[in-house]
Write a protein that binds this ligand. Sequence first.
Ligand SMILES: C[S@@+](CC[C@H](N)C(=O)[O-])C[C@H]1O[C@@H](n2cnc3c(N)ncnc32)[C@H](O)[C@@H]1O
Length: 386
Amino acid sequence: MSIAPLDTDQEVLRRYEVASKTTEEALCCPVHDDPAYLKAIPEEILERDYGCGDPTPFVDEGETVLDLGSGSGKTCYILSQIVGPKGRVIGIDFNPHMLALAEKHHKAVAERIGWDNVSFHRAHIQDLKTDIDALEKRLAEKPILSYEDYKTFEAFRREAAAPPLVADGSIDIVVSNCVLNLVAGDAKGKLFPEIYRVLKTGGRVAISDIVSDEEVPRHLREDGELWSGCISGAFQESAFLRAFEAAGFYGITIAKRSEEPWRTVEGIEFRSVTVTARKGKEGPCRERNQAVIYKGPWREVRDDDDHTLRRGVAVAVCDKTYRILTSAPYKDQVYPLPPHVEVPLADAKPFDGARTAPRHPRETKGIDYRATTTQATEACCPAGDG
Ligand SMILES: C[S@@+](CC[C@H](N)C(=O)[O-])C[C@H]1O[C@@H](n2cnc3c(N)ncnc32)[C@H](O)[C@@H]1O
């Protein structure tokens, strides 16, 4: 007799339906939030906190934030206060019971905060195009009873996904707290490209999740309790980071990593990490005579676009890379070397990718630069240094 493979989505739906109604103490490992943001949020929501980190400090005022797997809505209501009345918060969850809990207090929380900039939607986080409620409404109106019905439904489904629930390039920052591990194994591959799709160029992610130190063996992945308990669906830690790389992110950083494992199963350690990353390394490369000098302490480093920076060497970079490397998260690690005479972007030629990496100082200063200073500049000997 063959055994049907574990339907992890059903396990997750069942577990979080129960967890939306009664608090499950040992489900995930919530951290302490800033109490100032919690005053506006009812106890019933705070009690159903199933996170494992805190992505909220990475969000800025005025931003449009997407929270993947919004659960009881706690993170969305904190974010509502952080982004303020000019920002917007979108919570996505596929569990109608969790969404109902978040919605139950929506009006009261908005009144306490002073504005309402939050919306919740039912969707799979690996498919942010499809609004599940819209599909269910349609099925209730026109059930599928024949192949013809099915074809009409499929046509409706394609139309419903255009325009998508979450539009391309519409989000400043995607956050998530202990959800990516729960996505079904065969759907995990869609997750990162989908996050990438919805982000604006220059957009960011701040994802808290559980990762494992070793690959999780099959028999553990087929354990429904361990899967829905945010354990056996965890990405192996280095594979998690590589998934951001493969999707095209840059500046990928482990912003937080718990030293102690949250759980250990058969010797495999499961711990919480928070990863931040950015979108926007694509685009034209223009030559504007810019360079950067890497400060160290490593002898050399390589970025996500394969530029190798050597400590102390002025490396020629195109305008796009210059802007990236002189902004967060790299800016404190390099000295920018702008040219003495700026090349207007409109006049800039394509950057020669085959040129030598080091940029000669004459390229930055100009061939004809012949200045001789008679007095030391203040920059070298600041007043008060004796
Ligand atoms: C561990 S809870 C975390 C909830 C919330 N982020 C928090 O910090 O309390 C996981 C949530 O993700 C939702 N979820 C799991 N898999 C999902 C998927 N593929 N698509 C959408 N939501 C999902 C569950 O319904 C549940 O509400």
